[in-house]
Unconditional design. Structure first.
Lengths: 145, 655
């Protein structure tokens, strides 16, 4: 093989490799995008029913309800415009509490409830997830025009 | 009064940084030795003043000087002394001061290590480091002064974030920063080469130990962070693809690529402009990491600042440094001459593939990290990218890379025919296939295809790395040439990669994770262990109160260990904290974390069994140790002293 042929093979391999990996990467990216919705958006039907997304808001006071004898927990996430019932089975993060901001990753069931696979809460007592803060600000704005 | 001395020292350091940034570069341009000679004293003086400022801040922490705002917000008189020191870099302002201290320490090291380099070149390197230092010092003084007073002084401090009160966190930031900031040195070498317009193979030899040294620190720093997240964040994961983790991982990937392309540039005088581009990219990614972590646009334990002014400043700094160096690159890189090409089967082409795959992985991680931020900044919705994306885009280029690593180590420069390579690699390949397929099936009873691929690849890399060292150790009479320290370093670092892959594959494939509900007195089975929930009680710590569970772990009728996980509430910052209890072992970790009380005396618990998880960090440590050996290769020092001799002889003759 001449040096030129060698180089062409090498370039060909590289271009193919990069194209294939870029394609696979974009596909993985598309599949793993998680959108964020507030309770108001979910209530308005903006959230997808067939894929995982993140729901964020405040945990409504007196709404945390444990099912006796299991690890399942029901609570309500609200942005004070709309409220969505959430159910979660598992160990909770340290800072999950009433009147605290929370972000849950999961899917909608067919009764308008949200089944959470994961609950995220931040390690700081004064912390508010920015998505939640923004959603609350929007919701406040719409109530006091 | 003392804190003001600290601030004054910082201002003096800024003045010296300006001198270090401007005068040596002008001197090099005009070939004026009287001007370039200023570089070293200016850099040394800057180090002294930055160190003084840092010591003053430590002093304020140790003496509980709550009239300093930063101390009042991040410390408390009841905080144990080691954590008072750690609190110095526990939040934004202090960690920035640490960044600057480490930069000036590296600069000081360069002033010492560059004595044998051409005078003008060394002056340019120090000048570029001075520019970086000016930027960071201005950032500190204008937006994040750690010495700001608080009047009237607080009676008591707000305490250090309980998450950071941990031995791992005392070491993690300084070591990680040493790596991050150390990449400024190869960057400065690259810019100096562009300014000179010449890039010799010597240049690559000068740059290599600095690059490897900072890479080594970065490796250990990232491993420490991962280890800390594993036991302290409470839930037993070791890597989350959190944007903050990615911020430290991208410079590591680019730095790894840089180490390999420097090897080609040194030995063969090719890949020159590519090497320069990687050096610029690696440091830019470090700065990007600093921006992501410090600007407050990311939310995590690391995001201290949420002042938009700070974010803007550091974004401008990033733009100026990266934009400026890329512009310089665009104008000057084409003047670099390349000597010769290379063949398909040669070490050069394996290293080229290494670089391409690493850059592809870096780009994929960068894309996944920045895309959500762009969308958010443009007001187009809030999204996040899940770990499965990163797992996929990372595995796709890294799997072939691992396979190629095993071959590339045994190739020679210039060209070689495939036959001897195949012969040599048959043995490690056979071993890896045999053990890699049989063992997971025997030990764990089942294995997915991906698991087998991972284990075989890991063993392949390990076996191939050990091939040459084993020959030297066991057949002393027939061994051709002793290995240099650089080669030992390379084999060892690659073996570390294999050990890491083995740990990561086995842990993620055979990890047992259960969430359960238990009351004291319960017995239940997890994996091959039986757990007995003996008791739960309240205990008092130094600056916290805790609920502590006590669990007996039995294997058959043998008591393995007693684990005591805690749920802590710190007295000042009253947020609850999970302290997992871990029984550490080479074969597996047994991990118990206490969840919440469920009523009726029941608790939620997370129990995990993580086989071979220690190999993940062990692998990283082996990689770093390989780097250390490579730096100690006499090649980097002997030639320097020879050069020095040559220079001093020359100067004697001219005198």
């Amino acid at each position: 093989m001449t040096a030129r042929q060698n180089r062409m093979i090498l370039i060909g391999l590289v271009v193919t490799g990069v194209t294939v990996s870029a394609f696979l990467a974009l596909q993985a990216f598309e599949e793993n995008l998680l959108f964020f919705f507030s309770p108001a958006q979910v209530a308005a039907g903006e959230a997808p029913t067939d894929r995982t997304f993140r729901l964020g808001g405040m945990v409504l006071e007196d709404s945390i309800n444990r099912e006796i004898g299991s690890l399942t927990l029901n609570f309500i996430v609200t942005d004070y415009t709309a409220s969505i019932p959430v159910s979660y089975t598992g160990v909770l993060p340290d800072l999950f509490a009433e009147n605290q901001g929370v972000v849950a990753r999961g899917t909608l069931d067919n009764q308008g409830g949200f089944i959470a696979e994961e609950i995220l809460a931040k390690h700081d007592e004064n912390y508010m997830p920015p998505e939640v803060a923004e959603a609350l600000a929007l919701s406040e704005g719409s109530q006091t025009p | 009064m003392i804190p003001e001395i600290g601030q004054f020292a910082l201002i003096l350091a800024l003045g010296l940084a300006f001198i270090q940034a401007i005068i040596p570069l002008l001197g090099a341009m005009w070939s004026r030795e009287d001007l370039t000679a200023i570089a070293r004293p200016a850099a040394t003086g800057q180090f002294v003043f930055v160190m003084a400022a840092f010591v003053v801040l430590c002093h304020a922490f140790l003496n509980d000087d709550f009239s300093v705002l930063y101390v009042a917000t991040n410390s408390n008189s009841a905080l144990p002394t080691p954590y008072k020191i750690a609190a110095v870099w526990g939040a934004h302002e202090g960690s920035l001061l640490l960044w600057i201290l480490i930069l000036s320490t590296w600069t000081l090291a360069v002033t010492v290590g560059s004595r044998s380099l051409p005078h003008e070149f060394a002056a340019r390197v120090l000048g570029v480091l001075g520019i970086v230092s000016v930027g960071m010092l201005l950032f500190t003084l204008l937006t994040s002064n750690p010495f700001e007073r608080f009047f009237p002084a607080a009676l008591e401090g707000n305490d250090l974030n309980p998450l950071l009160q941990d031995p791992g966190l005392v070491m993690h930031p300084p070591i990680l920063y040493a790596g991050y900031v150390g990449l400024a040195v190869p960057f400065a070498f690259a810019i100096a080469a562009l300014l000179t317009g010449k890039l010799s193979q010597d240049w690559a030899r000068w740059t290599r130990p600095w690059t490897t040294a900072s890479w080594m620190f970065l490796t250990v720093g990232i491993a420490l962070g991962s280890w800390w997240a594993y036991y302290e964040l409470g839930w037993g994961g070791w890597w989350f693809w959190d944007p903050v983790e990615n911020a430290s991982f991208m410079p590591w990937l680019a730095g790894t690529a840089l180490i390999h392309s420097l090897a080609v540039t040194e030995r063969r005088g090719i890949f020159k402009s590519w090497t320069l581009l990687l050096a610029i990219a690696a440091f830019s990614l470090s700065l990007l990491g600093t921006f992501l972590v410090r600007s407050g646009i990311l939310v995590s334990v690391h995001a201290f600042a949420s002042d938009p002014e700070r974010g803007l400043f550091i974004l401008l700094l990033l733009g100026a440094i990266t934009g400026g160096s890329l512009t310089l690159y665009a104008f000057r890189a084409r003047y670099l001459t390349v000597e010769g090409g290379f063949r398909l089967v040669s070490r050069e082409s394996f290293l080229l593939m290494n670089n391409i795959l690493l850059v592809v992985a870096t780009a994929a991680v960068l894309f996944g990290t920045l895309y959500p931020l762009f969308l958010d900044a443009l007001g187009m919705g809030k999204i996040s990218v899940g770990p499965p994306y990163f797992n996929a885009v990372f595995l796709i280029p890294m799997l072939p890379l691992a396979v190629l690593v095993g071959m590339g180590m045994h190739t020679t420069w210039l060209r070689m025919s495939g036959e001897p390579l195949r012969k040599r690699l048959l043995f490690p390949a056979g071993i890896a296939l045999m053990i890699g397929i049989i063992f997971p099936l025997i030990i764990f009873g089942q294995a997915s295809a991906l698991t087998l691929v991972g284990v075989v690849t890991a063993l392949w890399v390990i076996a191939s790395s050990l091939l040459e060292p084993a020959k030297r150790l066991f057949q002393k009479n027939r061994s051709p040439m002793p290995l240099t320290r650089g080669q030992w370093g390379m084999y060892l670092a690659h073996m570390g990669v294999g050990v890491f892959i083995l740990g990561a594959t086995v842990t993620s494939s055979y990890n047992i994770e259960t969430d359960s509900r238990a009351v004291p007195g319960d017995r239940w089975q997890v994996g091959e262990y039986e757990l007995y929930f003996r008791d739960i009680r309240r205990i008092e710590g130094v600056n916290y109160e805790a609920t502590e569970g006590e669990f007996e772990v039995w294997e058959g009728d043998q008591l393995v260990t007693i684990l005591r996980p805690q749920k802590r509430v710190y007295r000042v910052q009253t947020s609850p904290m999970t302290e997992a209890a871990i029984d550490v072992g080479w074969g597996r970790d047994l991990f118990i974390a206490l969840g919440d009380p469920l009523g009726d005396g029941a608790w939620s618990l997370r129990v995990q069994i993580k086989p071979l998880i220690r190999f993940i960090w062990l692998g990283a440590l082996i990689m770093a140790f390989g780097g250390l050996l490579a730096i100690m290769d006499p090649r980097y020092r002997v030639k320097r002293t020879q050069e020095k001799d040559a220079i001093s002889k020359q100067s004697l003759e001219t005198a």
